[in-house]
Design a binder for this molecule. Sequence first.
Ligand code: SF4
Ligand code: SF4
Length: 453
Amino acid sequence: MNTFLRGGVSFFDDQKSQTSHKPIERFVPKEVTIPLSQHLGEPARPIVARKQKVMRGDCIGEAVSGGVTTGGTPIHASVTGTVKRVALQPHPLLVESLAVVIETDPNAAETVWEEVPGWMDLPKGKMLEQIASAGIVGLGGAQFPTYRKLKLPEGVKVDTLILNGAECEPYLTSDHRLLLEMSLEVLQGAKLIAKILGVSKILIGIEENKKDAADVLRIAITKQHTSPSPKVVLCQTRYPQGSEKQLIEALTGRVVPPGKLPMHVGVMVQNVATAVACYQAIRYRRPLLDRILTVSGKGILEPKNVSVPIGTLVSDIVTFCGGIHQRTNKVIVGGPMMGRALGRLDIPVIKGTGGLLFLRAEEVRKEIYGPCISCGRCLEACPLGLEPNQISIYTEAGRSLDTESFGTKECFECGSCAYVCPAVRPLVQFIQIAKKSFQTGSQFGLARPEQNL
Ligand code: SF4
Ligand code: SF4
């Protein structure tokens, strides 16, 4: 079975059965809060004002500053309605950011997307232009503008496109449902991206716990008879199989060296949901307006997969999912391994939001940790062969600047090391602190609180 060679972890129960059988349900709230910062780089500039009527799909924020493109992505109205305000609002990653609040018109007609004539044979530059105008970012969580990723630097060529359908984080099943319910759109997206890149080989990587999705895709491929014909590859169910470097190794055997990108070994990786967004942008000039996400955990009364307009508040999704169990202990945006804890529920879903987890005490690791006992388990679990134990010991001692040789800069914060640590040490947190100290040039520490001694 295809997989990466070094490190990684397997989960005793990945909790995906809470939602993997649940079809995607549509929910449109009465109001959306659309942040103007939903991508890596500068926020978009608002071009709408209070009381202005907007249609679903209208541009409300431009990726332009002083007449020059910022390298970011535009932001669009995800519902038809009236702008209530443009103001600082809570943000899932940035604490707060400028956002456009729109009251949904409940009587608005469904938006109709006209097909672009000759969409399949548009020149590469035109396809990239439509992807840029649609505001598409990497939907696997990276949030990097997709048109920039697809525009390869002069002289760089790739020969393989990998669609990432691994979805290796526990609990999350939205990509699984997307593969089952939108397989044709996924394949069309793959074909168009392959055309932009000029590649003839398309591999779709799926973990073996989603065999049904692989079967659906294989049948769809047979019916399409298109060239190049994508190949579905099942991989071992093993975290972090869905990380770019690990998936490339599993599917092609190529190893991306430290500090290098997939394109340096001739590969481009795109998430399956990003492929669907590209297809909709090229065929219909449809911007990225909705997000499919998993709402799960024992703390939510009705776990679901939902499709919501971008800007839908977590609190509205909670109501749609029947409410929160009173013993809910932690709320996470994203997956449990790489997601972030939320301290409030009036936070909007953004383009990169793939999941919302409502966890009860029995699903959360205890916070109190002990000293490193040098068991070496974190070293075995790290897929990059780094030394998170040493990073944590040095950082704890206030010597974070001395951790570079242990691999601090290379770490992509997958959390495998922390997951296996019997002392429950917050290894990712130590690594984040060490990275921060490289940026500022100051030594930081994270002393163990008294109760941890
Ligand atoms: S979080 Fe970093 S150090 Fe820990 S296992 Fe992942 S890559 Fe390795
Ligand atoms: S797993 Fe935890 S206790 Fe074991 S070596 Fe790593 S940091 Fe130390």
